[in-house]
Design a protein around this ligand. Sequence first.
Ligand SMILES: Cc1cc2nc3c(=O)[nH]c(=O)nc-3n(C[C@H](O)[C@H](O)[C@H](O)COP(=O)(O)OP(=O)(O)OC[C@H]3O[C@@H](n4cnc5c(N)ncnc54)[C@H](O)[C@@H]3O)c2cc1C
Length: 475
Amino acid sequence: MKTDVLIIGGGPGGSAAAMLLAKEGIKPIILEQEEFPRFHIGESMTGEAGALLRRLGLEKQMLESEYPVKHGVRVFGTSSWFIPVARRDENWNLQSASTWQVRRSDFDAMMLREAQARGATVIRGTAAKAVLTDDGVLRGVVMRRPDGSTEEIEAQVVLDCSGMATFLANQKVTGPKYVGSYDKQIAFFAHVKGVIRDSETSGEMAKDNTLIFYKKKFHWGWSIPVDHEVVSLGLVVPTAEFVAHKQTPNAFFLSYLPEINPELARRVQDIEFVESVHVIPNYSYQVRGFCGKGFICIGDAHRFVDPIFSFGLSAALREAEFAIPHVVAYLSGEGRDEANPFDAHQCFCEKATDNLEDMIDLFWEQPFAFSVFVHHRYRAELTDAFAGRVYETEHQPSNAILQFRKMLKRERDYEHPDDYSIPIGSRYHPERAALWAPDSVVETTEEWMDQGTGQKPEEEANKFAASTQALGSVG
Ligand SMILES: Cc1cc2nc3c(=O)[nH]c(=O)nc-3n(C[C@H](O)[C@H](O)[C@H](O)COP(=O)(O)OP(=O)(O)OC[C@H]3O[C@@H](n4cnc5c(N)ncnc54)[C@H](O)[C@@H]3O)c2cc1C
């Protein structure tokens, strides 16, 4: 089978890429291993993610689906603060705006249907092996169908939108995959009923906003409405904390949630699970060299920092949009002789995500200073960042981000390609920068616990951590 563009993964990044290609008259193949609808985490959108859906002409579908409308994010912790969803008008003035919270099973299925309706061919199958030319250019993949049969799909360009499965990184087509700054965390989450929401009259149009609660560094939770009744409730702690408690994920989730913050405890006194608890450990990573001859990795397929401020969907959607002009140029023959025809796109995406990483790191390192910045000094700059406006090079890095870098004693060097994409977050250790693969996660956690805390995890608890790995599949 032959195609101009093969997209691996029919999540939001893959479907958006397909719709944007369709606008250019290019009809890609999307290879998706799962039967949709399927569960997926990641329900809260930034303002820019919502704006891109509108640019794709999907507002009608979003309104018809009655997704909760998000007007902002409220954070409860050392201090409480609110940041509204806002857009920039043509004069770069901030204007109020809104975006959506989505139940991903429905949303992802809608996106994939739309991509198909606009010309993409969707094939149910798994990208099993990358196929390279003798001189190392990616020229397609071997796909495996659900019945076990295999076939090669040849493509001029492969867009890896495989999410945390990081297909091309695991196939070693990209550069190495490093653990990120938040690699020792574990996230528990479930859809539940009975969470107390803010009332519609409590200001900030608060009923369906994202609520974030934190206790101390790396201990936090979220509440994100996915319909008028059901809320996505999440808890994130260091994996060591979970292992030490020796509880099942369900028991740990229920007992630990109220400990995060009194405001969260008040809201979850009478909850009822709609489904069992999902778990994702060690989700923070970064892939170097994620673009190359014949391929671009998009969204989670190359980098995930931390879910705290809901940037994942935004990054996947926006990177898809920014990638398409490069793909069109490549298909028309440009850059074929260059070592990396998508080098400019790669650096552009890294710079934007570095802005987010610096913001998240500063929040964890100095939460009180961060709240002062949100309230006063950098309110406009942080309103942009929370909306996912971190790609606008004429405004980025903003004064806020530059200040954060000073406070973090951090320099970003984009002149030397070997340096710029090494994660330099607060918990990164160069000596641990081994290639990270999903099936080595639990080992990595144990290793860290032995070295970092001097604590030898109990065998039983370890088995549990290992079993969460299977539960943690996000695809
Ligand atoms: C705990 C947690 C909470 C989060 N909360 C939020 C949030 O509130 N808001 C937000 O914006 N983001 C959030 N995220 C991040 C968000 O889930 C992701 O960033 C987002 O889903 C990325 O979209 P994507 O299209 O890149 O990948 P995905 O949505 O993961 O899609 C990848 C697709 O590729 C398919 N696939 C994988 N491998 C193959 C293969 N070999 N062959 C064929 N198909 C394949 C999978 O089945 C899947 O459908 C959260 C993440 C975590 C871990």
